[in-house]
Design a protein around this ligand. Structure first.
Ligand SMILES: C[S@@+](CC[C@H](N)C(=O)[O-])C[C@H]1O[C@@H](n2cnc3c(N)ncnc32)[C@H](O)[C@@H]1O
Length: 277
């Protein structure tokens, strides 16, 4: 029988991974998260703005929003461990911030309950909800008139069918089997880097520059990130037009083979900033 993939019980344990990652966060990661958010906002601050973080994960980007001056941050995640981790990170790094954290699915967000937000941010989340199209529409309706929707979504790759199969397996595999899969992945990745003249150690050290993230936690997240969907920039553009949004900034990579990359080591996220009109 087909599972309802919008239910948290069918999902990869994202929150446990975020709890481990968050234990290692320092000011350096927080600064990178702030820089990553600031880049998406075109260098503008969030002074006086209400900010909604859907799928907050570790909470480090909710923290970045507070550091960028947001008047109020609301963070939600479907995973209880992500919610607890977001709470721990905000109380540790922003004890005086104005924020609210709740366990809630994007599908249950209701603008009549909390009002709408100047910025709705959902990085690397909506493709893991089990219904990307509906999740995008639910996130969009939380945006205030003239407000921004900032999302990052997995781009389509030729190996999507393989990764769908792999993630479904990994998400329910034993910790030992998962550790073996990570070893195979990292070994092949190292080999790939060597063949292209790059050093693995340099790659891992520079990884923090990607929004304050950590390579090994991202490997676990990538291999296990189930449910999984992907989308092309053209499809995003059509859906956002239907939802009455206009593009402000798009950071998308165009694949080398008929518009798509093979995706041997996975996909990457394209980032989109849209304004509600
Ligand atoms: C890959 S993580 C991204 C976390 C964070 N946004 C970041 O950029 O680091 C995906 C997160 O989305 C959450 N998530 C998945 N489905 C969700 C849903 N229906 N509603 C809210 N959050 C959801 C997961 O629990 C997980 O914490």
């Amino acid at each position: 029988m087909d599972q309802d993939l919008t239910r948290a019980e069918t999902h990869f344990a994202f929150g446990r991974n975020w709890a481990e990652y968050a234990a290692k966060i320092t000011e350096a990661e927080v600064r990178e998260a702030e820089a990553g958010l600031s880049r998406l906002l075109g260098g503008e601050r969030l002074d006086g703005k209400r900010f909604l973080d859907i799928g907050s994960g570790s909470g480090v980007h909710s923290l970045a929003a507070l550091r960028l001056g947001a008047r109020e941050v609301v963070a939600v995640d479907i995973d209880a461990d992500s919610v607890a981790t977001t709470r721990a990170v905000l109380s540790r790094f922003a004890p005086d911030g104005v924020y609210r954290i709740e366990r809630k699915s994007v599908f249950d967000l209701d603008p009549t309950e909390w009002g709408t937000f100047d910025v709705v941010y959902s990085w690397g989340v909506l493709h893991h909800t089990g219904d990307l199209d509906r999740a995008l529409a639910c996130a969009a309706r939380m945006v205030a008139p003239e407000g921004l929707l900032v999302v990052a979504l997995y781009r389509r790759i030729w190996m999507d069918p393989f990764w769908r199969w792999e993630k479904r397996w990994y998400a329910q595999a034993s910790p030992v089997a998962q550790a073996r899969a990570r070893w195979v992945y990292v070994t092949l990745f190292r080999l790939g880097l060597r063949l292209t003249g790059r050093r693995f150690a340099d790659y891992v050290a520079a990884y923090r520059g990607k929004r304050g993230m950590d390579y090994y936690h991202d490997v676990h997240d990538w291999l296990g990130g189930w449910p999984y969907e992907s989308i092309s920039p053209g499809e995003v553009s059509a859906r956002m037009a239907r939802l009455h949004f206009t593009p402000i900034r798009v950071f998308a990579r165009h694949g080398r083979f008929w518009g798509r990359d093979p995706g041997i080591f996975g996909s990457g996220c394209d980032e989109y900033v849209y304004r509600k009109i």
